[in-house]
Design a protein around this ligand. Structure first.
Ligand SMILES: [Fe+2]
Length: 295
């Protein structure tokens, strides 16, 4: 299918909005362990950024919580035409078009929100504000690449992201995991996993190099942050990554290097692979078909 003949997906992931029990602690966690820069905050919210985009994480301070909760994800859209088309597709699917969060209205030109089948709000917008320069921090991510969503409504959620929002399947692992790409042509800008409960399982940040991934891992080890999954060489996206997890600070944070970006031609012609449910189809460094233990 040519680019003109298919409904366009959003461009790419810009931010996650995460409610946390102790915002000051989470800000410090994200500065030291992920490399984000704090740009703006008051007692109720904070914006942190990785690169020139206005923010990649918005924190909401909710002291009553025991653990964090991801309440929304934001995706940029390449033009007004695509935004209008997405809005029409949402309405045609019988879904409610929600207003953007009030603060977000001032940080883009136009946009709207829609709840996915799990109740996760997806905000779509044009012309996200940006900074002239990236943060002057050597050890920082270049981009927020994707959320990974575990869901007990897998089929419905897959139908929403592909059929309504236009994401393209890049690969499947069995009938239980799918990697979906958007117009920024990352192998995946969103991934879904069939599960017996819904939760945002991780957020993936792309570091500048494998060296920086390893420095992030060293910081996690030094501070005793639990490493939920250690060095993984991803079969589908070709990235090498590790995952750290402190439930009060957000979902698992994946720091990666080498995430595959499709060429414009591959983006239009790629046939999603149907990979067997085998640990080596998740991490090529697993030793055998029964080497599941470290996930
Ligand atoms: Fe990931």
């Amino acid at each position: 299918m040519t680019a003109d003949a298919r409904p366009r997906a959003p461009y790419g992931m810009e931010y996650a909005r995460i409610a946390v029990p102790d915002m000051a602690e989470t800000i410090e966690f994200l500065r030291y362990h992920v490399g984000l820069q704090l740009e703006q905050h008051d007692d109720e919210y904070a914006y942190l950024r990785a690169d020139i985009e206005h923010h990649c994480v918005e924190l909401l301070h909710e002291p009553g919580r025991e653990t964090s909760h991801t309440v929304a994800i934001g995706f940029s859209v390449e033009s007004d035409e695509v935004l209008d088309d997405l809005r029409e597709r949402v309405l045609a699917a019988g879904l409610e078009v929600l207003p953007l969060q009030d603060r977000m209205k001032g940080l883009c030109q136009r946009g709207f929100g829609v709840s996915d089948p799990n109740g996760l709000v997806v905000e779509l917008f044009t012309e996200f504000q940006e900074y002239a320069e990236a943060p002057v921090i050597e050890l920082r991510p270049l981009d927020l690449v994707h959320p990974f969503i575990a869901t007990d409504k897998y089929d419905e959620t897959l139908a929403f992201y592909t059929g309504v929002l236009g994401f393209l399947p890049s690969d499947y692992v069995g009938d239980g995991t799918v990697f979906l790409r958007a117009e920024d042509r990352y192998h995946h800008s969103l991934a879904l996993q069939r599960n017996n409960e819904y939760y945002v399982a991780h957020l993936c940040f792309m570091m500048k190099s494998l060296d920086h991934v390893m420095r992030g891992r060293a910081r996690a080890l030094y501070k005793g942050v639990p490493i939920a999954s250690d060095m993984v060489n991803h079969s589908a996206s070709t990235s090498i990554a590790f995952y750290m997890f402190e439930p009060k600070h957000g979902p698992r944070y994946e720091l990666c290097d080498g995430h595959r970006v499709f060429t414009p031609e591959e983006h239009e012609t790629h046939r999603p692979r149907r990979m067997a449910v085998d640990p080596r189809n998740i991490d090529v460094w697993r030793a055998a078909a029964d080497d599941w233990g470290r996930f």
